[in-house]
Every structure is written in C-alpha cells, then in structure tokens.
Design a protein around this ligand. Structure first.
Ligand SMILES: [Zn+2]
Length: 47
C-alpha cells in the first residue's frame, strides 16, 4: 500500500509519513522537509 502526499506528490509506505508530509507541505508551501521527503519511495529508490 502506498500513500501519496497530495501536495508534493511524493509517495510513502507509511500513512503517518504521508500525513506528516501533507501537514508540512500545507504549511510550508514550496519548501520540502528533507527529514520527511528522504523517507519517500522516490528517495528510497535512489532516483
Ligand atoms: Zn508533501
């Protein structure tokens, strides 16, 4: 199961991470939180 942040479109395997990313993105528009985004599926895949 994958969860997607609706704002930055990154995917997470953990809903809590997707929720945290969404919460961050909704209040810090245009600025990614590396602590969260580095756990995304995209980041984990090394792309
Ligand atoms: Zn996000």
């Amino acid at each position: 199961m994958e969860y997607q942040c609706r704002i930055c479109k990154l995917h997470y395997t953990d809903k809590k991470l997707a929720d945290a990313c969404y919460a961050w993105c909704s209040t810090h528009e245009g600025t990614c939180n590396l602590q969260i985004t580095k756990k995304s599926i995209e980041a984990q895949s090394g792309k």
